[in-house]
Design a binder for this molecule. Structure first.
Ligand code: ADP
Ligand code: MG
Length: 276
């Protein structure tokens, strides 16, 4: 049966994002628990655009490694709510903070494999996440890791409906204007997600953001210089050879040198531990 937002009871706040709030909710009749991401109708246009983008992406994704969307509600007031599968252990970021420790290599290999499977699905559907980080990776007690928060993601695929919105006639447009990913030569937006994955795994191993000493608050100018002009961060000697190699493959500064999802899935770091 179709669900309406009136069937849901708010239990608690799970998180605040940029303008939206995520609640833990219970479906009154079935007792099922979900997460509900609510963005108010009076929020600014940029934010609303982000929600619509997220809705568009969640509507078309169907992967065990991407958080599932169970419904979208739009109220006359303009409020928008997205009903998501509830991930009861929260984010990798909160897990890292609450455990006061770091993740072991076998654990990280498992995280890496799951996120890569999610990225494989997304990139295969021409979706670039663009905001991969520990606080956008959700975990449940089955130790499943799922990619969430598609607010700034991009769909590369331009289909005929997008074509209709172009000024001018489509017939004379070059291939890369329709599909920059396939025809755009060295244009590679997907590689950005790989860099973010590398930094995420490195942070989970170190227990702090790689470019900054523990506890230091990010100063954007320093950070940008470090990222653009410094050597890419790497694992300490204490890490295994195979993990260090994996991180190195992700953190190539030149995007063309960075491994793709398909290549990384064949890396020994992913392949030597038991697949789930
Ligand atoms: P934002 O775009 O505002 O960052 P997110 O989708 O990342 O929105 O959600 C914000 C926070 O809400 C997350 O960091 C997480 O703590 C919590 N959250 C979001 N979705 C879920 C979910 N499906 N299950 C459990 N917690 C969630
Ligand atoms: Mg987020």
């Amino acid at each position: 049966a179709a669900m309406s937002s009136g069937d849901l009871e708010k239990l608690q706040v799970l998180g605040h994002g940029n303008g939206g709030t995520v609640y833990k909710v219970r479906h009154k009749r079935t007792d099922d628990v979900y997460a509900l991401k609510v963005v108010h109708g009076d929020s600014d246009p940029t934010l609303r655009r982000q929600v619509f983008r997220e809705m568009e992406i969640l509507r078309r994704t169907d992967s065990p490694h991407v958080v599932r969307c169970h419904g979208i509600f739009e109220k006359p007031s303009g409020d928008i709510a997205i009903l998501l599968e509830y991930m009861n252990l929260g984010t990798l970021d909160s897990l890292l903070k609450s455990s006061h420790g770091t993740f072991s290599e076998p654990k990280l290999a498992d995280v890496a494999r799951q996120v890569l499977n999610g990225l494989n699905y997304l990139h295969g559907h021409k979706i670039i996440h663009r905001d991969l980080k520990p606080s956008n990776l959700l975990v449940n007690d089955k130790m499943e890791v799922k990619i969430a928060d598609f607010g700034v993601s991009k769909i590369m695929c331009r289909t005929l409906d997008a074509c209709n919105s172009y000024v001018g006639t489509c017939a004379y447009m070059s291939p890369e204007r329709f599909d920059p990913d396939t025809y755009g030569g060295n244009y590679n937006g997907y590689a950005g997600d790989i860099w973010s994955l590398g930094l995420t795994l490195l942070e989970l191993y170190l227990g702090h953001f790689p470019f900054l000493p523990p506890g230091q608050r990010p100063d954007w100018a320093t950070l940008m210089c470090a990222i653009c002009f410094g050597e890419p961060p790497s694992l300490p000697e204490s890490a295994s050879e195979v993990f260090r190699s994996f991180i190195q493959c992700c953190l190539q500064k030149e995007s063309g040198q960075r491994w793709t999802v398909a290549q990384l899935l064949t890396h020994p770091f992913i392949r030597t531990t038991d697949p789930r």
